[in-house]
Design a protein around this ligand. Structure first.
Ligand code: NAD
Length: 520
């Protein structure tokens, strides 16, 4: 058994092992085929959070301004104009006007225009990598995973734009001809979070655009720059003014968008608690919504699993967004026979991580988003120890600039405790023991969330049996990744969401079906 990391609850770096280099091959399965950062981009040029309304960019707004802090340095780096209700009104007016023509565009022309957007995003991948690192602290070494993911979704949505066919409905020959039309739902408010903002743009803004809808994107004030850059690329691609608006802002702008009668549908990605008010308002107004929410995903590691590979994959998840991913596997439910070996391997990998500035290409894991997140995460760490969990490594803030938390692993976590039940949204993982398959499934399903589930086993029958038994929207077996692909459905059950992104079904979410009957 390995020796436990220092359970030092002092939030200074004293007693914390200095992280050193993480071996690249340990995470190589995550970065295979991904675009890598090649060029140096002038950072200050990227820190513009202009609003985009009716095809025009502006730096002023009525919702105040937000002093944007780089999470890697803790230093102010830009002032973000926040959209107020006046800008939401203007964007809705522009979108409604644009919808009159955008909905009638030849779908082939729409496909070509969105393909041009995908090409421009690919050409500007370096900027997208960099801006994401600066705004949300996602390491430049991993940012390519999310940019590549976004590009895949953009390619897919673009290619689907001219393939949304209706059908001929069987009816009495010679008397009735009956068919359906697939029509865009209208103006869609796209509210996205700060973690993985470039990925969210591809996953959430492109499907409604492909369906012929206009989108008003409201990025979080914590990560507004990539959305502004995306707006610029949309204009350059030839998407008509008003079809895409970008309104950096906080809750006020989000609420105004949800409550606006000119917005037909909401696509919301964010916290489960925030979603409740949004779903309630949408229900009151008879508005459709797609909700992509939080998770507390379990990874079931069976005794026949490849322990090293399973632990490397756990680490890979942790790295993608510094422990701040909705689909992050954060509850490791491990067979008791291999539990010690597993936690030792995982803790060793975590201790080898180089934590630091997201913009440094040698950084393995970056910061959490802000000082409030540090307090919240360390509070959960303290309470986990009070509730009897064993701190195996980490548990402290690192003595580095910015908001760096040591990669943290707890063992012997009680499945009903706060740590096992609530989203930490930071680099804090839990390990739990199980003895048989039924117990493992029961433990995994004992959660309000149902976003993703992971399984590690070499027994195919067991893998398929457990995949069917997990109460989640997505399952990854032996390294399967959720969200896997733009052409696959993605979304949650229980408190993790409503509706699906991905695949043709994810584009049809933004359409209505009209039936037309002709008496001959
Ligand atoms: P959040 O709920 O605080 O904010 C999300 C977005 O909603 C932001 O743009 C925010 O400004 C806006 N907002 C806040 N209050 C609002 C209101 N009352 N009305 C309308 N809009 C409002 O979430 P966050 O902290 O930005 O993101 C983290 C959460 O997002 C986590 O729970 C994570 O699991 C979840 N998430 C889910 C997915 C998914 O696909 N399922 C993907 C990424 C993140």
């Amino acid at each position: 058994m390995f020796s436990h990391g220092s359970p030092n609850r002092d939030r200074s770096a004293r007693g914390v092992p200095k992280p050193d280099d993480v071996s690249r091959d340990r995470i190589s399965h995550f970065s295979k085929g991904v675009i890598h950062m090649t060029a140096t981009v002038e950072h200050s040029d990227l820190l513009s959070a202009d609003l985009l309304i009716g095809g025009k960019f502006r730096q002023t707004s009525t919702g105040g301004a937000y002093d944007h802090i780089n999470p890697s340095t803790g230093l102010s780096q830009a002032s973000v104009p926040l959209a107020g209700t006046a800008e939401v009104d203007e964007a809705v007016t522009a979108a409604r006007e644009a919808f009159r023509t955008w909905r009638k565009w030849d779908p082939v022309k729409r496909r070509r225009t969105l393909t041009k957007l995908a090409d421009l995003m690919r050409a500007h991948a370096d900027e997208l990598h960099t801006v994401q690192a600066l705004e949300s602290g996602i390491p430049i070494s991993m940012a390519g995973v999310l940019v590549e993911n976004s590009l895949n979704w953009t390619d897919y949505a673009a290619s689907a734009a001219d393939k949304l066919s209706g059908e001929v409905v069987p009816s009495t020959p010679g008397e009735i001809f009956d068919y359906t039309l697939v029509e865009p739902v209208g103006v869609v408010g796209v509210i996205i979070p700060w973690n993985g903002p470039v990925g969210s743009l591809g996953m959430c803004a492109l499907p409604p655009l492909a369906a012929g809808c206009c989108v008003i994107i409201k990025p979080s004030e914590l990560a507004p720059f990539s959305a502004s850059l995306f707006g610029k690329l949309c204009q350059e691609a030839g998407i008509p003014p008003g079809v895409v608006s970008v309104l950096p802002g906080g809750a006020e702008a989000g609420q105004a968008l949800v409550g606006h009668p000119g917005v037909d549908m909401i696509s919301f990605t964010g916290g489960t608690a925030t979603s409740r008010a949004i779903a309630t308002k949408c229900a009151e107004m008879g508005k459709r919504c797609v909700l992509e929410l939080g998770g507390k995903s379990a990874d079931l590691v069976f005794s026949d699993a490849d322990v090293t590979k399973a632990a490397q994959e756990a680490l890979g998840w942790l790295l993608v967004t510094n422990g701040q991913a909705c689909t992050l596997a954060s509850r490791f439910i491990v067979h008791t026979d291999i539990y010690d070996q597993y936690v030792e391997t995982l803790a060793g990998l975590m201790q080898g991580l180089k934590v630091g500035d997201a913009i440094d290409p040698n950084t393995g894991m970056g910061p959490v988003i802000n000082a409030r997140a540090v307090e919240r995460i360390l509070g959960m760490v303290d309470r986990a120890q009070q509730q009897g969990a064993t701190l195996l490594t980490g548990g402290t803030r690192l003595d580095l600039p910015g908001y760096m938390i040591a990669p943290t692993l707890f063992g012997d976590v009680d499945n009903s405790s706060e740590l096992a039940q609530d989203e930490v949204f930071g680099p804090v993982l839990s390990a739990l023991r199980f003895e048989d398959e039924d117990q493992a499934v029961e433990m995994a399903n004992a959660s309000q969330y149902g976003l993703a589930g992971y399984i590690h086993t070499n027994d195919l029958s067991r893998a398929l049996r457990v995949a069917a038994a997990l109460e989640t929207g997505n399952v990854g077996i032996n390294g399967g990744v959720a969200p896997a692909a733009a052409n696959a459905p993605f979304g949650g059950v229980k408190q993790s969401g409503l509706g699906r992104l991905g695949g043709i079904g994810g584009i049809l979410e933004y359409t209505t079906i009209k039936n037309v009957q002709i008496r001959l």
